[in-house]
Design a protein around this ligand. Structure first.
Ligand code: ATP
Ligand code: ZN
Length: 453
């Protein structure tokens, strides 16, 4: 063998070894993810201590008081409800997870109707952007835990209701402890991992789950795991890709829409407890607030091979739902993982080093948001336009022969990263940066008088 042939043989072998190593690493990573997904609930339990994790002490009432009769008279005279219905409600306990746009009206109607015990779970604190729809919270309780704030408002409405606050995040290590003590659970949250967690825990504990959602002008409602009906996994066996999920913070929502769905969640819970009416199990109520139309569609019945609620479930314990839903995966679609910090610009550096010199500041938020507030000299080019080739052509003309630095900004610094990637592909040698943390960081670190939403 010639010396050159030996060299090329060596190079080829080295390449093959590198490829085998990469494949091995990938397989090991898959194995680690699988292990982590399925061994999650068997790890030693943490943070499961605290008074709020004990089940509510539900005394059994056999009679209504005179105060009950006066207070609830208008519903007592409903033939399907009556004294027995009121007593069932008085002896019942309902867990409301999420005291936001849906949870507030739901809790309000349940407390007012005389539900004896309410559990309120929320890890978040009240802030100003909540008030337009989270109607139990008020200006003077800004910064307070949402569960505590809701409790104060609910007791004003009905001091006979016993309320247990769980001011913490519901997650796999505490979900079973918290849910166990309640008869019915309301999902009033806004994220996919919690929806799977609640559904799985409710299947394991045989609790009906009244699930609501609302976004923009639309809402949806159904009851899972009731009277042999489907669970959430029967309908959604695999989670949607993270980038396909929009929440109220990004998509917007009208308070009256969340109010409509939240009130209907309370109604379904009352129907389940009292045993009246036709519970929305196996059916999905769709509310189109724009046209004022309610539709009711039949959804599938139990999926025979559902991983959770079938006769032979594959999942027998709670798992890591964030991972299951892909939020922590090294997901290329996750904009948070697009750029490293040194490829970006802090709001302080922008203010001190760039703002005073000629530059192009592009705000990539949708126009409706740009109209709410904008930085001086910012031009609005929504992300969808940036991704469009005709805009890039126009920008190319504008930049001809100019070393104009480009700075991109959005609300929180996610969309701006996508825009940076796009512009860099087109103008690889140009200075293109985005502001870390977006306009929120601007308010927090540079100009507290700049509006935040
Ligand atoms: N796993 C969870 N445990 C406890 N509370 C949760 C969980 N997931 C979501 N929530 C709560 O559910 C509520 C959802 O309500 P909503 O979407 O109206 O409010 P928000 O999160 O304040 O909205 P915004 O997007 O405007 O900030 C929030 O208060 C949130 O804290
Ligand atoms: Zn199922």
């Amino acid at each position: 063998m010639m010396e050159s042939e030996v060299d090329s043989e060596r190079t080829m072998l080295k390449r093959e070894i590198a490829e085998l190593r990469a494949a091995l690493n990938q397989k090991e990573q898959c194995l680690r993810e699988l292990d982590s997904l399925f061994s999650f609930a068997t790890r030693p339990e943490q943070e499961v201590v605290g008074n709020d994790l004990e089940s509510p002490d539900v005394a059994v009432h056999t009679k209504l008081t005179n105060d009950d009769i006066a207070r609830y008279s208008r519903q007592l005279i409903l033939p399907d409800f009556g004294v027995q219905g009121q007593l069932k409600l008085k002896n019942s306990s309902v867990l409301i997870v999420g005291l936001g746009g849906l949870g507030c009206p739901a809790a309000q109607y349940l407390a007012a109707a005389g539900c004896g015990h309410l559990g309120l779970v929320d890890y978040d604190e009240v802030e100003r952007s909540n008030f337009h729809r989270q109607i139990l919270h008020s200006e003077d309780r800004c910064g307070m835990s949402k569960a505590e704030s809701a409790r104060i408002a609910l007791l004003e409405l009905n001091p006979h209701c016993e309320i247990q606050c769980h001011s913490r995040m519901l997650y796999p290590h505490n979900a079973m402890h918290i849910i166990r003590g309640y008869d019915v659970v309301l999902d009033c949250t806004d994220n996919v991992p919690t929806r799977y967690l609640l559904s799985d825990a409710c299947v394991m504990l045989s609790k009906p789950l009244v699930s609501g959602s609302a976004l923009k002008m639309d809402g949806q409602l159904t009851v899972y795991n009731y009277a042999n009906g489907p669970c959430y996994r029967c309908i959604f066996p695999v989670p949607p890709p993270p980038e396909a999920v929009t929440n109220c913070g990004d998509g917007g929502v009208l308070g009256a829409v969340t109010g409509t769905i939240g009130a209907m969640q309370a109604l379904e819970a009352i129907k389940v407890i009292v045993g009246m009416g036709d519970v929305l199990a196996g059916r999905l109520l769709i509310f189109d607030g724009g046209s004022g139309v309610f539709r009711n569609i039949r959804i599938r019945s139990k999926r025979p091979n559902c991983h959770m609620c079938s006769a032979q479930p594959l999942i027998t314990e709670l798992i890591n739902y964030e991972m299951f839903c892909g939020m922590h995966a090294t997901d290329k679609n996750n904009p948070m993982l697009l750029l490293s910090t040194d490829e970006r610009l802090s709001v302080e550096d922008y203010q001190q080093k760039i703002q005073a010199q000629p530059h192009l500041l592009i705000d990539v938020r949708p126009t409706a948001e740009f109209e709410i507030c904008q930085l001086p000299e910012a031009v609005n080019v929504p992300l969808v336009e940036i991704l469009d080739d005709s805009y890039l052509k126009r920008l190319g003309k504008q930049l001809e022969d100019k070393e104009l630095p480009i700075v991109l900004v959005c609300r929180r610094g996610n969309d701006s990263q996508i825009a940076v990637q796009h512009l860099r592909n087109r103008f690889p040698t140009h200075f293109v940066r985005d502001l870390i943390g977006g306009l929120h960081a601007w308010t927090n670190s540079v100009d507290p008088s700049f509006p935040i939403y």
